[in-house]
Design a protein. Sequence first.
Length: 271
Amino acid sequence: MGKLEGKVAFITGAARGQGRSHAVRLAQEGADIIAVDLCAQIDSVAYPMATPDDLAETVRQVEALDRRIVASQADVRSLEALQGAVRDGVAQLGRVDIVLANAGIAPMGEGSETPQAWQDVLDINLTGVWNTVHAAVPTMVEQGDGGAIVLTSSTAGLKGIGGDSPGGEGYTAAKHGVVGLMRTFANTLAKHRIRVNTVHPTGVNTPMVVNAVMEKFLAEDPSIANAISNLLPVDMIEAVDISNAILFLVSDDGRYVTGTTLPVDAGILAK
């Protein structure tokens, strides 16, 4: 029996990258999945974003593990859209126990020099996290069985990195803001036995990081590349490394862990 048998996880940004990895890893441990992703392009983001085909692949991989998944296209900037996704997922899967607010963008380099890039990254990476939690928590409280929430921040949520463009500044500000949300939610939801933590990855081998736009951005500013280089001799970590940390936080292994910032960073924050 898996560590999450009988549990249902609500995951945003689930079409690819870390979100897909989390869905698959939690499904391996017995969880059913409510998955959402925008599956569309945002003007201030120059690298290609996820597509409906990507989300369909996440569905395929979860179902291949003999787990159930309810997937839909939804924008984390809309509380109503996320509430609808949770409502539909709970109608089919019966409950929600775990929330992974994972959806995010990184508008750095090309396209990041406008005020719109600042606004987009705040709307998605910070307000979208708030929306995600508020969409799911009423059902978790009503169930009365507690639960676990993990908000995806970044090493940029604990360190001043990201560059001097509106998009980069917004990314760092939003990821710091996620920590504040986590600490607030950890306090207000503890009485319901709902635990809340953040994870802080270094660079992860996903399409958000490994693309021509990001490569050009780092090549043009070696100071940023140096600032985000790891202490351990690895260029990047894999999405499953974050998924395994999240599995600890949402399972009974981490049943008394709440209000924490958990780096999975190959030592970058120790530099």
